[in-house]
Design a protein around this ligand. Sequence first.
Ligand code: UGA
Length: 415
Amino acid sequence: MDIEAEKIHRLEMGEIPFYEPGLSELVQEGMAAGRLSFTTDVSRSTTAEIVFLAVGTPSAEDGSADLTFLESASRSLVPHLSPSAVVVTKSTVPVGTGEKVAAWCEIDDARVFSNPEFLREGSAVSDFLYPDRIVIGIPASSFARREGGFEDGAVDTLVKVYIGIDAPRILISRPSAELAKYAANTMLAMRLSLMNEFATIADAAGADILDIERVLASDPRIGSKFLRAGAGFGGSCFPKDVLSLATTARHIGYDPKLIAPIIQVNHEQAERFVKKIEERLVGISGKRFAVWGLAFNRNTDDIRESPAVRIMHLLLDRGAVITVYDPSAMKHARAEFGEGVMYADSVEGTLTDAEVLLVLTEWPEFCEVNWKDVLARLKIPLVFDGKNFLPHEAIVTAGGEVMGMGVWKKPSARS
Ligand code: UGA
């Protein structure tokens, strides 16, 4: 159920309003089997055993999560919930929101659960079907009953939803589940900002961040994922959630010391990337750039908080001339930049008259090009890798120079 009739209409026609690999097939399969339907009519909730609330919680002006949509969705349920229905918050919400949901829905607190989601845009379907864990946040009264060894029908109703999904179930208190979601995103964002700081230090010291990443990744205490430095992270989750956690902490009386700088470092990372370009090219004004990638992540058309967008604006402010291509975000690119840049419909199309190449999203297809051909079409055989993910050796072997964040590779004098 959604209040946007246009969105529901498109979904009924089998059209997914955003790009997410595998989602269209799954939706069609569910519709064909009669297990999935779409509506704008909230009264259809009357027959539901479980209602998932999955509305957006964007940043409010003060950095906290704006719960307006959650409140209106909850209130709209009031006359329509069956007496035994369970309400589950999937939206990312500040610790303590479960109580508010119960009040807005006018139901007993014991029927409101938290069930945070850990999927990533671009790999959402497989993240959902093969999760690392399923977290279920249980209201205080049910939690006490379970601890005392009593059965609780509402808990079981929710647990049963995930039958068939092979992952550990973590049943914790509702506030813990709400906070765990923010803790997970903030931990990941902090890793990235820390790696990005290491990359800046590596640049200044003549070290290579990719070597450092290998050393860190080989330590099981650290783990190998989410260590890739670059020109900053983006998306609709990390920046908003880190900010929201810091704001929540302040509201409940603790001024966090580590959390705020995560965003600061990330914000400056795009500026550092542009400064690197400016220094290497001795100025940006009038220079022509080919840009590959605008989405904040591979396999998505989402450009919200994308470092690529910020970098392009910084370059345009300095007088750059840009031709951009993204495999799926061109519609959003046109909405963002209008006549301000030129658009290509392929990677090759960006290269006409380009001086250098900037790669700003880690789309796998960007690695698969013929580097000799690409470099031959650039005025300077120089690639700025904003995601540190391109095949640097292949570019160097083809006669090119690569600058990433904390990485600089160029052909040796002999080659
Ligand atoms: C993130 C979390 O990873 C999910 O677990 C969570 O469910 C989701 O937020 C959410 O709260 O809804 P998402 O933002 O969709 O998922 O995508 P990520 O794959 O986490 O990427 C975020 C940003 O970090 C991207 O800009 C990506 O390029 C960047 N990143 C990621 C790096 O710069 N380096 C890395 O090593 C990994």
